[in-house]
Design a binder for this molecule. Structure first.
Ligand SMILES: Cc1cc2nc3c(=O)[nH]c(=O)nc-3n(C[C@H](O)[C@H](O)[C@H](O)COP(=O)(O)O)c2cc1C
Length: 172
């Protein structure tokens, strides 16, 4: 079983989850980067994302995944943005063919949950098997709280990830 772990992360929380998953299951870890990065400013970024969601704009990715066909399982990680899947993840799921693959979403958010993002994975990958996703509270950039998956919280999240991977039968 060949595993790809792809993630988008602005302030490091989703990246930390990706690394924890990678530690447990191995495979190839890939960070999604954009051709034109989002602004550093949080408010500007929110405005841009809301606009992209309204217009259906798919921001072009700098990252290219070599021969996606070789992977059986694709973990896809992203923060909740605008209570949705971030536009660059929409680009990624549009750009490649996931038919016949198993897709497993994972997420961090500011405490408001995954919004419509996990449903969107199902919509964009109609011919894939989508397993139950993982979600945990990450940062709250709006309030200046950036990276939080460290110290005690990191240990706690590691346990949560382990339990989840067992539940979806990725670990024994
Ligand atoms: C543009 C933008 C929009 C966001 N919208 C939401 C939201 O709608 N709901 C929520 O719970 N968190 C929202 N957040 C907070 C992030 O989901 C949260 O901080 C997450 O842990 C960030 O992950 P990262 O560190 O991997 O970038 C938003 C953050 C950004 C930058």
């Amino acid at each position: 079983m060949r595993i790809l772990i792809v993630y988008l992360s602005r302030t490091g929380n989703t990246k930390a989850i990706a690394e924890i998953i990678h530690n447990y299951v191995g495979g190839k870890l890939v960070v999604l980067e954009l051709q034109t990065p989002y602004p550093e400013n949080y408010r500007q970024t929110v405005q841009q994302v809301v606009h992209e969601n309204e217009t259906g704009f798919l921001p072009p990715l700098k990252t290219k995944v070599d021969s996606i066909g070789q992977y059986d399982v694709v973990f896809v990680g992203f923060p909740t943005w605008d209570m949705q899947m971030p536009p660059p993840i929409k680009t990624f799921l549009h750009e490649y063919n996931f038919a016949g693959k198993t897709i497993i979403p994972f997420n961090t958010n500011a405490g408001y949950g995954v919004g419509s993002s996990f449903e969107t994975v199902k919509e964009l990958c109609p011919n894939s098997q989508i397993l139950a996703g993982f979600s945990t509270k990450g940062g709250i950039e709006r309030d200046g709280i950036l990276f939080v998956i460290k110290g005690e919280k990191e240990k706690q999240v590691r346990d949560e990830v382990e339990r989840w991977l067992k539940k979806i039968t990725f670990l024994r």
